[in-house]
Write a protein that binds this ligand. Structure first.
Ligand code: GLA
Length: 679
């Protein structure tokens, strides 16, 4: 932090948030990234409702005496290392807000969140309680959201922000989204470009309902407010208590979205993702191979195939549990986390033991927050689910959500994982699923006066569970899944090693989904599985999946000897490049939104890997690489060819970046993977 009298600046690389305290104690914004304001025109930084501010507020509180206004003034600020806290207090009420910042050195990344404290003699109701607020300055400003639905996540949609209020939000309570990821981009001057221009990114670390609003103000400026969605979620802050809001991660670059993403990837690897610098294993999942119908012999038979192809980790998906109501389909058994004695008569332990004997690690699927009404758990505890009086229970995928706001239920959900992992130390990987969202918010536990607190209380309990599982079982890697990619926020990532971005595994669509995720998540955190969805050529499936963390979700026993040989060689190829992919710097070269050919590359330790895909016929055209060193000569060799290994061509970095690598005409489903190593 830089200080001068009544001014301070929070600085990370090229990103600076400049603030000033007025004579009356109001906190004003002097700069935000490249935008600067004259001192007498500096906008308020964290506006609150009811005392002059007539636009979207960052904070709206109803004080214990019914006063709906808040008038925050700076009391002091403190700074230590990369952290700055600005202490604000209402001019009259003992009601305080601390604005927290953590500036990540050099990356252009600043975390921003608030802590709200009630020192009044009665409850204060919070109707808005944002994490972060900023004026993004004057336009033209272009907003990119990442929208979609189940099996169609993270599609880029860009629009120019105009007059009025633009809101991106979710109201699903137990996961960040189904329709729109909790991240956005804003570019200034024109649509976002990979290589040039001012752009911001925002990403909220909250696995529940969120809200981002952008309001063009009549006198100039674009007010951005980000945080938990307060809709239907008024928070009752008891006297003497505080609420810490989730972190909004801001990032800024003046070199376009490519640099922005690379900086965010470094941030995620080092500050959010668990073991972000440790290369991940190649995984075989049984889900699309068996669904719910398997037994011990079938699962063990899959181990040999997995090992033979070079895989390193086996994941047993849904269907392994349920005694009274065996989990033979998605309509029953969820919540009854005892091993199904019919499918697995010798218990669970034989599976990790047998996997390990065959040189594989073993992982297991859980959905600890959910319950089927047809389960022993629901029969015993009908009041443990999120539901409402006088309303028929609405099921999704035949299931209900457990009410984690109830401490007894929280303890149960933790024990689901803890018991199994403690009893089976051979399990070193968990897929943590969450296959529905809230449609009828209601809690037996919270009582009639606190129903609106459910979504916040739920997510707070969820993090206690996730943090505890991570702390107690540090050797267990975790994949966050939520009906595909619904739990893809930076806070959930701090308990996990990767996300399952989508149930869509047809590479023709997956190219877009991976492209969308690549803006905020490094390749190491994005699990991509080769499946038979879409029946695409195996090489195309592998080449698309290989640009992230590779796995397979197939019945390998059904593959022909030729197909097996191809898989074996593709997995070996992946192992030869995975360090570059998983730990490398991403360059998005050709967007799938621009035409049928798309391409991306990673650089790491002076080497690179490039991927080119054709979703339709394309003419021969050079592929201009990035991120290489201009003077260096490189050997470029195509990988994964089915016949003879290709001979390398030698070109300099500047030739590869300016003239480009010649790529022949490609037909639909064509793909190339190139290794680029110093000559
Ligand atoms: C969800 C996941 C799938 C699979 C099933 C199991 O749909 O996205 O990958 O784990 O649950 O029921």
């Amino acid at each position: 932090m830089i200080e001068c009298g009544t001014c301070l600046a929070i600085v990370s690389g090229k990103f600076q948030i400049g603030l000033k305290v007025e004579g009356d104690g109001k906190l004003r914004q002097l700069s935000f990234g490249p935008q600067r304001w004259e001192e007498d025109k500096a906008p308020e930084f964290f506006p609150s409702y009811g005392d002059g501010w007539i636009y979207e507020p960052a904070l709206a509180a109803v004080h214990h005496d019914g006063n709906v206004s808040t008038d925050l003034r700076v009391v002091s600020w403190t700074s230590e290392g990369d952290r700055t806290v600005i202490h604000l207090k209402d001019a009259v009420y003992p009601f305080e807000v601390d604005l927290h910042f953590r500036a990540i050195p050099n990356l252009g990344v600043i975390e921003s969140w608030s802590v709200i404290r009630n020192g009044e003699s009665g409850t204060v109701r919070l109707d808005a309680y944002a994490s972060a607020s900023a004026d993004l300055g004057d336009g033209p400003l272009f907003l990119t959201q990442f929208h979609g639905d189940w099996a169609d996540e993270a599609n880029l949609y860009e629009e120019r922000l105009g007059p009025g209020l633009k809101v991106l939000d979710s109201k699903l309570a137990v996961r960040a989204h189904q329709f729109r990821a909790p991240w956005f981009l804003v570019s200034r001057g024109g649509p976002a470009s990979e290589t040039e221009g001012d752009c911001f990114a925002g990403s909220l670390g909250w696995s529940g309902s969120y809200r981002f609003s952008f309001e063009m103000l009549p006198k100039g400026g674009m007010r951005a407010i980000a945080g938990i969605n307060p809709f239907g979620a008024a928070y009752h802050l008891e006297p003497g208590t505080s609420l810490e809001t989730p972190r909004l991660v801001w990032a800024y670059s003046d070199q376009g979205t490519g640099e922005l993403s690379r900086n965010l990837h470094t941030y995620v690897r080092e500050n959010s993702l668990r073991d972000g610098n440790r290369v991940r294993a190649v995984l075989l999942n049984n889900w699309e191979a068996t669904y719910f119908s398997f037994d011990e012999a079938k699962i063990i038979s899959l181990f040999d195939g997995a090992r033979d192809l070079g895989m390193e980790l086996f994941l047993l998906d849904d269907g392994w549990f349920g005694e009274k109501h065996p989990r033979d389909g998605d309509w029953q058994g969820l919540g009854d986390w005892m091993v199904d004695p019919k499918k697995l008569p010798n218990g669970l332990g034989v599976l990790p033991a047998s996997a390990m004997a065959k040189g594989l690690r073993f992982g297991l699927w859980f959905e600890p927050e959910m319950v089927n009404p047809k389960s022993a758990l629901f029969e015993d505890h009908p009041d443990w689910v999120i539901r409402q009086p006088n309303r028929e229970m609405e099921l999704q995928r035949s299931q209900m959500i457990l009410d984690l706001s109830n401490p007894e239920v929280e303890a149960f959900a933790y024990s689901v994982l803890d018991d199994v992992l403690r009893a089976n130390p051979g399990i070193t990987y968990v897929k943590w699923d969450c296959n529905r969202y809230v449609t009828q918010p209601g809690s037996y536990y919270l009582g009639s006066g606190r129903q609106s607190q459910l979504s916040v209380a739920y997510v707070q309990a969820l993090y206690r569970i996730m943090d505890r599982v991570a702390a107690e079982h540090p050797h267990v890697e975790i994949m966050m899944c939520s009906g595909g990619g619904g739990r893809v926020d930076y806070r959930a990532m701090s308990c996990a090693h990767e996300v399952w971005p989508s149930d869509m595994t047809d590479p023709m669509r997956r190219i877009f989904i991976q492209w969308g995720f690549s803006y905020f998540f490094p390749a190491i955190a994005v699990a991509n599985h080769v499946t038979r969805w879409g029946e695409r050529p195996l090489k195309f499936c592998f080449d698309v999946a290989m640009s992230g963390r590779l796995g397979m979700d197939v019945d390998v026993d059904k593959f022909s000897p030729e197909e097996k040989a191809y898989c074996r060689s593709a997995i070996a190829t992946y192992k030869s490049i995975r360090e570059t992919v998983q730990l490398g710097e991403l360059y998005r070269l050709e967007s799938p939104y621009a035409g049928p050919r798309s391409a991306l590359m990673y650089t790491h330790n002076g080497q690179a890997v490039a991927f080119v895909y054709a979703r339709g016929g394309v003419e021969a055209a050079p592929l201009r690489l990035r991120g290489l060193s201009a003077e260096q000569a490189y050997n470029v060799r195509e990988l994964g060819l089915e016949n003879e290994p290709a001979t390398a061509v030698t070109l300099t970095g500047s030739e590869l970046m300016e003239q480009g690598l010649p790529i022949p005409a490609m037909a639909e489903f064509g793909s190339h993977v190139f290794a680029i190593v110093p000559a």
